[in-house]
Design a protein around this ligand. Structure first.
Ligand SMILES: Nc1ncnc2c1ncn2[C@@H]1O[C@H](COP(=O)(O)OP(=O)(O)OP(=O)(O)O)[C@@H](O)[C@H]1O
Ligand SMILES: C=C(C)CCOP(=O)(O)O
Length: 375
């Protein structure tokens, strides 16, 4: 297990910029945008008041939340089902008084299914709309899919000339795209019009693990067409390392810079950020963290003994993307844009409230961490 300590100087938090994850590539520099509308223009279109549907929320379904961490390529079915049902509830335009009929969109046969799937064509034909404000983007992590293959072969450190790394790249993508397929299906079964989008296949690449080229026009057009894009952490080509692992947390920050959602939610397997690894019985949940203009951050709630400012983090040995440390740094960069970030535990009343954007930092009954810009 690796260990890290974060202090509040914020030196590692990247500059906000329109479409560079690290701030090294700026607005006018869109020569690398391939195909479709240039990204900056598409982003402006998305943000302009005339745009009918500003993005409401970008959600990370953490790998730790939706997979069984200790078991290779094993989905935590109950957590995944709950996350998808809660997402549907958060998107629902009904007032919740009448029970809603969910019309599933996964029309393929599943292993063990005895009969052909039932397609409710008449039910769909009779609907005026889906009754969902589906203007969400979903990004998921790898959990027990992908991280193992990547760490065994060293894909995150690059070096594609090595046949082991090349094989590991292929194995990582097989693993994480198969998880993506299962998540898209789980969302579709809840009647959410989800479409899978792989960063590597979209031509995204990195420079030292930070996004360097990431055309989002297909994501924006899919949102406009009423779909919910479902992206994931992926193995990608890297300008200096040859190849690396792009974390879902980095993707979320990039998309937040581009789409300025109302709020961002990270669902994981713990209630939020603690002052030390939550396996320590004395760990204290940090309920509110404030980020200033320079990227420095301070713990607003609770007041810690001696005004302590450090957060102690442990990272699993096979984790190729930095675990909770990466999440906090990316969350702080998002908060700096003025977008509130909620980190909380999947399959709880707290995750439902976060997905609805119904979090009030002054009430004590919400369990999670809010990361927001200093007022
Ligand atoms: N100080 C800390 N506060 C909160 N969690 C911590 C801390 N230190 C270590 N952790 C660990 O971080 C883990 C969550 O981070 P992780 O990156 O694994 O989440 P994820 O986004 O759900 O998964 P993935 O990266 O696979 O998508 C928890 O399981 C927790 O045990
Ligand atoms: C393919 C992999 C290992 C993606 C990792 O993405 P993350 O779990 O969001 O950090």
């Amino acid at each position: 297990h690796g260990h890290a300590e974060l202090n509040s100087s914020g030196a590692q938090i990247p500059e906000p910029s329109a479409f560079s994850a690290s701030g090294h590539r700026r607005d006018g520099d869109c020569a690398r945008t391939r195909g479709g509308a240039p990204m900056a223009e598409a982003a402006r279109k998305q943000r302009s008041p005339a745009a009918p549907r500003p993005v409401r929320c970008i959600v990370k379904l953490g790998g730790a939340a939706i997979t069984n961490k200790g078991k290779l390529e094993s989905i935590d079915e109950e957590s995944l089902r709950s996350a998808c049902a809660q997402l549907r509830q958060a998107m629902s335009e009904s007032d919740g008084t009448a029970p809603e009929k969910v019309r599933g969109m996964d029309w393929s046969r599943r292993p063990g299914d005895p009969a052909d799937p039932v397609v409710d064509a008449e039910g769909f034909a009779g609907m005026a709309g889906l009754g969902l404000d589906s203007n969400f983007v979903v990004v998921h992590g790898a959990g027990s899919f992908g991280h193992f293959q990547a760490s065994r072969s060293g894909v995150h450190k690059g070096g594609l000339h090595s046949t082991l790394v090349k094989a590991g790249f292929v194995a990582t993508r097989i693993s994480v795209t198969s998880l993506n397929q299962e998540i898209v299906r789980a969302l579709a079964r809840e009647g959410i019009p989800s479409v899978g989008m792989s960063p590597f296949a979209c031509g995204w690449s990195t420079q030292r693990r930070d996004l360097a080229s990431a055309n989002a026009s297909q994501i924006i057009e899919s949102l406009h067409a009423g779909f919910v894009p479902v992206l994931h952490g992926d193995a990608v080509l890297d300008e200096s390392l040859d190849c690396t692992i792009l974390s879902g947390d980095v993707i979320i920050r990039h998309l937040a810079q581009l789409l300025t959602p109302k709020y961002v939610v990270f669902l994981t397997d713990v209630h939020g950020v603690y002052d030390r690894p939550p396996t320590d019985p004395n760990a204290v949940l940090l309920k509110e963290i404030e980020v200033d203009d320079n990227g420095g951050w301070s713990i607003v709630k609770p007041a810690l003994q001696g005004n302590r400012k450090e957060v102690e983090i442990s990272v699993a040995a096979h984790d190729t993307t930095g675990g909770m440390e990466t999440k906090i740094l990316e969350a702080a960069a998002i908060a700096r844009l003025g977008v509130d970030v909620y980190i909380t535990k999947v399959d709880t009343e707290h995750s439902l409230r976060a997905l609805k954007g119904d979090v009030n930092t002054s009430s004590d009954d919400w369990l999670g961490t809010v990361i927001r810009a200093a007022k």
